[in-house]
Design a protein around this ligand. Sequence first.
Ligand code: SAM
Length: 285
Amino acid sequence: MKNVPSYLSASPTLYLVPTPIGNLSDMTFRAVETLQAVDYIFAEDTRVTKVLLSHFHIATPLLSYHLFNEDEKGDDILELLSKGHNIAVVSDAGMPGISDPGFLVARKAIAAGFKVVALPGPVAFVPALVASGLPCEQFSFFGFLNHRQSLRKKTLLQLVNREETLIFYESVHRIKAFLNDAYTIFGNREVVIARELTKKYEEYIRGHLADVINREWELKGEFVVMIKGSKQALLAVELNKKTVEEHYQFYLDQNIDAKEAMKKVAKDRQMAKSEIYRELLKPSK
Ligand code: SAM
């Protein structure tokens, strides 16, 4: 175990700095100050970051770091840190490391004993989720699923019983195919698509999967897709209002065998199976 305080020493630091996902006003003061203060900025696409830096009058030297040279550039970053330099990593938009390069260098820097600090700031899926109207107490983020339909469907199938809100990133080229696959696997679940967040044409498309597949809407820009979790959890809440016997009977009525039904009742009610068994053996009043 190792504790590394973020602020109590002036040792060289790797900063992961989020940048706006559409609206330049979302750049934080701290992000600007950090990018001004570090010795080098490593960017996913230097042409994109140049525009941002010139807007905020940041003259820090800019170097390239992207998915295809992440490993090699990670070593260059470590070398600069070891010479005492402070480094910032930015992606084209949003939080580095979230469906963007950043993870590998953070891991390498941690392993080499350097401080790694991520600044809070723009990221697409958090505002999308919070304004979606879907439950945001528990959620899982999956980023982009595989481009190949068979692998994408396989992942979706593994998620079918998940109770939390499921969040995906999708590109304009695959959004239609993704929604069709989601409908095939999940059925007509509630879905919210956040399109063009923080930009002029920002909108939320709320409905069920069948609606969004069949209805006309602007298939342009960038998308966060959020799918409501399985109703199982809500079902458990309803079932817990019943007697143990009724609860057990409900599962038997779904053609679930006695042993499995007892296991499910125990799980829903957070009781031991032996307790459920005893309850079921009691003569009914
Ligand atoms: N690092 C970014 C973040 O923190 O969210 C994500 C980068 S990833 C390469 C790009 C994907 O993020 C897009 O295809 C889209 O799914 C999502 N995204 C980024 N900006 C968005 C926006 N303004 N509106 C909706 N989705 C966005």
